[in-house]
Design a protein around this ligand. Sequence first.
Ligand code: ADP
Length: 486
Amino acid sequence: MPTESLPKLSMYVGGEWVPPAAGEYIETVDPFTAKPWALVPRGNAQDADRAVRAAHKAFTEGPWRTMHPSLRGRIIQRFAELIEENADALAEIEVRDNGRLLAEMRHQIRYIPRWYHYYAGLADKIEGAVHPCDKNALSFSRHEPLGVCVGIVPWNAPLFLFSLKAAPALAAGCTLVMKPAEYTSATAIKLMELVEKAGFPSGVINVVTGFGPEVGEPLVTHPLTRHVGFTGSTRTGAHLYSLAAKDIKRVSLELGGKSPNIVFDDANLDNAVRGVVGGIFGAVGQTCIAGSRLLLHRKVHNEFLEKLTIFTKTARIGDPRHADTRIGPIANSMQFEKVLGYIDVARQEGADLVLGGKRPDIAECRDGFFIEPTIFAGVNNEMRIAREEVFGPVLVAIPFDEPEEAIAIANDSEFGLAAGVWTSDMRRAILMSERLEAGSVWVNTYRDVSYTTPFGGYKKSGIGRENGIEGIREFLQTKAVWLSTA
Ligand code: ADP
């Protein structure tokens, strides 16, 4: 289809659908067909300024912050119901944008409303405190919303990660400017139709689109922005952290990982195989929590790799809309090249290729950005392939003998997002959960994330926590009030 006949999407600012200030657009490409299907506005600093001002106006002049929090909760609940009703349509768009499996995206988007329900319920349960003081005074504190919050999200789970930021921020009484990733903006834009229907006052939620440096940075550095919530690479996160530091802005960063999945010799190996496969090949490895290092007890090393290879080979690779597909395409061409580059790195470093390592030789996969699920053995933790985040379907196996050795290898990483432990010995499970440097430790399970449970990283994997009660604190600041009766 010629570019000019593709549908042109709009940004959503101050309750209105607006074109980009410079009139420029970015093609958004279906990773299965490798063909563009829509045009997304290419925003710039002017668009960012307009959106932050709209959010600031809604915060300072609108009713959102001052209305009874239960009323705010009711609007958020209504929004959740609308997402529920439109989940399948949103899932179709998401798949067109990032190539994730349709069945998985339907499941994920049907799960999103729970975040809004949970935080809507929390909105009127934010309570302050009365503090002891020794003079004729009353000292109390209350938690107030921070103000304009900027949310910058990546392409791997666009609407889900949007909602992890938006739900608590809205419940806290903040207003929002969201920037989806440049190649997966369509669902965030579609969602704004539901924002209108739900009855949010105009300017409470705004969406601007475009490239990070062009429109994301001006959002972060804008003097009226008070909070920056970012999910993405550690490199970009560190850059945004330094920009936010100039104005002492609050940040929440959910960044990269190189998470270990540690399999002991007493584990139920069949369960562990399923968990390891879901951990690394789910979403074709394009998740921050991907279990990309497999630490194998030497006693079960060969047996486990054999089971793993047999199980992985059964996964259907192909059209993400086909109900039986387990491995879809990589989300975009840059990521595709990056993953192939890392496979070369592993080969050059002397890792032994056990499975995959190339584009699949399947007619259905001819056009799209497909890479076979890839497993390397004979890896040591010093190799680049064991240290750097690939963000693709590449698993490296590292042997160990003693639990202490497994802990040392697991913790020898600049990241600390998650870890998996597979064992039938609960004493060992507890020890591992204490010693692993990771924001989430899963025992005999992997990739569990819930709105109730804090999620975030140790070390270079991030700052702050999403989900649960901790999640809303990121968007609140405490004010102490002293009342003197003298
Ligand atoms: P990835 O490498 O996974 O694409 P990024 O961290 O580069 O991850 O991107 C995640 C999000 O951050 C995207 O929405 C992207 O547009 C945005 N982004 C990238 N660079 C910048 C930047 N310099 N300033 C603001 N946002 C950025």
